[in-house]
Design a protein around this ligand. Structure first.
Ligand SMILES: Cc1cc2nc3c(=O)[nH]c(=O)nc-3n(C[C@H](O)[C@H](O)[C@H](O)COP(=O)(O)OP(=O)(O)OC[C@H]3O[C@@H](n4cnc5c(N)ncnc54)[C@H](O)[C@@H]3O)c2cc1C
Length: 479
């Protein structure tokens, strides 16, 4: 057996910071087969149990090893509607790859030796896309029903796909002008090229899914109105789109952005092409990004590219109050950010933004931290070191310290029960909410998670909806 993992080809660093082209170039057929042949084909594959949607990993890897790429694609598609997307964004190092037997015991995340399951999934997914492979519709068609889906992020899209393949009519209501949720407005194209997302969305449209953009459910229509219009069930996949802030002095100064706003301006509103597109963005000389998750890494890499494109010397620093080990961001992305020139300052807590005479941010006062015992998030808790205050120059700050639920819909739907974070409460077996016939999944349930977790909840909700709609008409007429 070949021991060394097959390295993934990547866009060269000096060129990649000058544009938004995809960084990871993927495996070709020969590389994919070589990597697949490293898989030990364990009798009880732990990797499959740690995949939130239970993809038959062992089987599709064995098919790739044999060169049966089409079969590999269909094996994955039995469980996962978006292999090309998940193969690019899944935090495999904390999920399937972490439990690969080739990962060292007690490792915090997957060892390099672990099989590159996500790159193989991406290879098979891209093979399916290139060859326009389509999975067959389900035998039993429930064409007389129509379901409303609120939100077109991975949760909404995954739920719509499951329902549409069953012949159920789906109307997706999306508040933004383009569908995709975070896959469109958050994750930058150098991680997830837009043609891949567009391909999957177009496929759903081919299945008959209708996408209604610029439509805020809760403002333009309430849930009872969607029922009255003939929707038999409703799925809520509104995500967690409201940014958290630090709650420190100076946070509302000019040129202090939330990462959500910053990324949306660039990814959705084409601020990188200003003035050809009418979305201005400030590109400062000295950019600070606060946070340690995927959002912070994405924001830092976008900011650095914008500096280079606009003729500045790259100067982007991520400030994080714990150490690299505790960073929730994907390891691959941390490494990419570092090799592109993003700097990291660990064990630093922002204390106050300081303005220049025009009211623009000029400096950030920070405090140094050390780590105490793990907190409720199971990560070691940062503790401020007395008298450790220092200042750093800052012409643009991007805050990426978490996202929470948007209450537009829940505020006008008193029967819809939410928890103290304003997340929607569901029955975890069925994903049904406190309102009969209304289901929910993704980040609006349980807070910020991952793409694959959102899809997993959405698929579960779709199964419940299908099960419900398959019941006798007398039951469904009571909804
Ligand atoms: C910058 C960034 C990078 C990330 N990177 C990764 C990564 O690499 N890997 C990973 O697995 N996860 C990543 N995540 C997390 C992941 O994207 C989310 O967990 C996932 O998108 C959640 O899916 P969702 O469908 O629940 O919500 P979203 O993707 O947020 O989609 C919700 C959609 O609902 C719409 N909406 C909201 N309210 C309404 C309403 N009232 N009416 C109509 N429409 C509404 C929103 O406009 C949005 O389009 C990242 C998140 C961010 C912000």
């Amino acid at each position: 057996m070949r021991k060394e993992p097959v390295k993934i080809r990547e866009y060269e660093i000096s060129r990649r910071i000058t544009d938004f082209q995809e960084v990871v170039l993927g495996y070709n057929e020969k590389e994919a087969r070589l990597e697949a042949k490293r898989c030990l084909q364990c009798p009880n594959p732990a990797c499959q149990l740690s995949c939130p949607i239970g993809v038959s990993i062992k089987e599709f890897i064995s098919q790739i090893a044999k060169g049966d790429f089409k079969e590999a694609y269909f094996t994955i598609r039995q469980k996962n509607d978006f292999p090309s997307i998940c193969g690019r964004v899944c935090p495999a190092e904390y999920q399937c790859r972490k439990t690969c037997v080739l990962t060292k015991k007690d490792a915090l995340f997957a060892s390099e030796e672990a099989i590159n399951i996500h790159f193989l999934e991406r290879f098979a997914g891209d093979y399916g896309l290139k060859n326009n492979l389509k999975i067959p519709l389900k035998d039993k068609q429930l064409v007389r029903f129509k379901v409303a889906v609120v939100g077109s992020g991975p949760a909404g899209l995954a739920c719509a796909g499951e329902l549409a393949r069953q012949g159920i009519g789906v109307d997706i209501f999306e508040s933004l002008h383009k569908p995709g949720g975070v896959l469109k407005y958050g994750i930058p194209p150098f991680r997830l090229p837009r043609d891949i997302l567009d391909y999957e969305i177009n496929y759903l449209k081919e299945l008959g899914v209708q996408i209604i953009p610029n439509f805020i459910v809760g403002r333009l229509k309430r849930l009872d109105e969607l029922f009255k219009e003939g929707h038999s069930s409703i799925f809520l996949g509104m995500g967690a789109g409201v940014p958290s802030f630090l709650g420190i002095e100076g946070e509302n100064l000019c040129n202090v952005y939330s990462a959500n706003e910053f990324l949306t301006r660039v990814n959705l509103m084409s601020a990188d092409k200003f003035p050809y597109f009418h979305t201005p963005i400030n590109i400062g000389k000295q950019i600070l990004v606060i946070g340690g998750g995927n959002t912070a890494i994405d924001a830092s890499r976008v900011a650095l590219r914008l500096q280079v494109i606009n003729g500045f010397n790259p100067d982007v620093t991520i400030l994080y109050r714990r150490t690299e080990n505790e960073m929730p961001a994907r390891r691959l992305e941390i490494n990419h950010a570092r090799e592109e020139g993003v700097k990291f300052e660990f064990l630093v807590q922002p204390a106050e933004f300081v303005a220049d005479e025009a009211g623009r941010v000029q400096k950030l006062t920070c405090l140094r931290c050390c780590l105490a015992e793990p907190d409720e998030s199971k990560r070691r808790r940062p503790v401020i070191i007395e008298g450790s205050s220092f200042q750093v120059g800052c012409s643009l700050a991007i805050i990426a310290v978490g996202l929470g639920a948007n209450s537009v819909l829940t505020n006008v739907t008193p029967d819809l029960k939410t928890d103290k974070y304003r997340d929607i409460i569901v029955n975890p077996q069925t994903m049904e909410t406190s309102i009969k016939g209304v289901f929910a999944g993704g980040d609006i349930v349980g807070g910020e998670g991952t793409v694959i977790e959102a899809m997993s909840m959405a698929k579960k909700a779709a199964s419940s909806i299908i099960e419900r709609l398959s019941l006798p008409a007398s039951y469904n007429s009571q909804l």
